[in-house]
Design a protein around this ligand. Structure first.
Ligand SMILES: [Zn+2]
Length: 483
């Protein structure tokens, strides 16, 4: 009898303790999911050069196949027009005017919690493989990562990043996945292969323009020139490398090469092309090379997906495929990426996760890169603390995916400040206004009739432009607190 009573008391105490612990740590209905998280971001990949986004060339067989088993956002935009501000937006869910990071000289504020830091706090092993100089740890991109493999700091030359990248990236990523075993992880893969200069390896270099017989140098020749010019300065000579590409593409005389090289090349030369409205000599071939580079990265992505399947990771992993910004090919008088037009702001966003309601879903509702972080937390059922909730300017896309929210239309903002361009844009329904903060000029486009933003109709609709401008400025003054 005595023994029985004690056993009952001990059992009751144990039960109460267990209930207290679960009450403290688990919120009802909020059991966190142990899914891995993978973000693959292909730098400078514009959405409309992928088959799943309507492109006519066969650039993206594996990405399209992935999209047909995932959820594709047709209208996803970047919040920054180029690498640094875009990735900070992605990793903090804040607009560029809020995080304020726009060069390698600035740092991501400690006050802003980054995705990797937060996931680390939830027990994730966090690892990145990153190539673009814009995601340098010096800015703070490595915060929260257990290992941040920044290739330019790992004895990889820029040539490696452009030519040999598949070899070391695939090997290292495969090894990483093996090492993880059953541990839950956050993996960020950022690839430079599509970024200018467009130097796909054979056979991708001749895939879309096999009969080309113009003056562009081969990839091999290109690097002979490159190494002659800047062998000793692998990081900074990237600017020269890019400008050389454009100079050769344009078949310019060598005097121009030395003029722009002396100026660290890229920015001044791209500015020169832009200011003088110069369409490069081998325009179509350059696009064929860009498309070839996409196909090369597509094969890489296909192999990566197979690896995930082989390791039985697909059914316990959120996979997000995206880009930091697009690329322009003279649609608005420029090359590379500066300014706020659709070829730069429209990025791919494809999400696959266990238990998603439907595969092959295409969603037309607007989506933003700043939505990625809250979407991940939502899928994982993580109750992040209120400071992080307050920080995030994006919203979870899960309600839209689950069809609980279909018509919510938001103002979409994008901000660019590169190559002398300070353009901010607001898109609301079918209207898009781009405002140049430097010149004070605005452009207005009717996206329904003119999705390529070719016809500025600001004179025809001054009231609509005025209203959008007011909302854009109120967003800027509020430092982007309108999600
Ligand atoms: Zn970029």
């Amino acid at each position: 009898m005595f023994k029985k009573s004690w056993a009952l008391i001990i059992f009751t105490i144990f039960l109460l303790l267990a209930l207290t612990v679960s009450f403290l740590f688990i919120r009802p209905g909020k059991i966190a999911k142990d899914y891995n998280v993978i973000i693959v971001s292909i730098d400078s990949l514009r959405a409309d050069h992928l088959g799943s986004y309507g492109y006519s060339r066969s650039t993206s067989i594996n990405i399209d196949e992935f999209a047909s088993n995932a959820i594709l956002f047709e209208n996803a935009t970047t919040q920054g027009g180029w690498t640094i501000p875009s990735y900070v937006s992605l990793f903090t869910s804040t607009y560029p005017s809020t995080h304020g990071v726009s060069s390698q000289k600035s740092n991501i504020s400690e006050k802003q919690k980054m995705l990797a830091e937060i996931l680390k706090g939830y027990g994730y092993e966090t690892v990145a493989f990153a190539e673009n100089p814009g995601v340098d740890p010096i800015i703070g991109f490595d915060r929260g990562f257990d290992a941040y493999h920044f290739r330019l700091n790992e004895n990889h030359t820029y040539q490696d990043l452009k030519i040999n990248w598949t070899k070391f990236e695939m090997t290292d990523i495969k090894n990483f996945l093996k090492e993880m075993g059953n541990e839950k992880f956050f993996l960020f893969i950022q690839l430079e292969s599509v970024h200018s200069p467009y130097l796909p390896n054979a056979p991708y270099d001749a895939l879309f323009d096999p009969d080309y017989n113009g003056s562009m140098p081969t990839t091999e020749d290109f690097y002979k020139i490159y190494y002659g010019l800047c062998e000793s300065d692998k990081k900074l000579c990237r600017a020269s490398l890019e400008s050389l590409f454009w100079l050769l593409a344009d078949n310019q005389p060598s005097s121009l090469i030395s003029e722009y090289m002396g100026n660290r090349g890229q920015i001044s030369y791209i500015q020169h092309l832009r200011d003088n409205k110069i369409k490069v000599y081998n325009h179509d071939h350059i696009i064929a090379l860009y498309d070839g580079a996409i196909r090369e990265v597509d094969d890489f992505f296909g192999e990566f997906l197979k690896e995930l399947e082989r390791d039985n990771l697909m059914n316990k992993t959120i996979v997000i495929f995206t880009s930091d910004h697009g690329e322009e090919f003279y649609e608005h008088g420029g090359y590379i990426h500066s300014g706020g037009h659709v070829e730069i702001t429209h990025v791919p966003l494809i999400i696959k996760y266990p238990g998603m309601p439907e595969t092959g879903l295409r969603i037309g509702t607007d989506a933003k890169l700043i939505d990625v972080m809250p979407t991940i937390f939502n899928i994982l059922n993580l109750s992040v603390d209120e400071n992080i909730e307050e920080q995030m300017q994006g919203r979870s896309l899960v309600p839209v995916i689950e069809n609980r929210e279909t018509t919510a239309e938001r103002d979409v903002f994008s901000e660019s400040n590169i190559l002398g361009s300070f353009k901010k844009s607001i898109t609301s329904g079918k209207w898009k206004l781009i405002h140049d903060m430097k010149t004070g000029n605005s452009e207005l486009y009717n996206l329904e009739e003119d999705p390529g933003e070719q016809h500025n109709v600001i004179d025809k609709y001054p009231e609509i432009a005025g209203d959008l401008k007011k909302r854009l400025f109120s967003f800027i003054m509020g430092k982007g607190n309108n999600s």
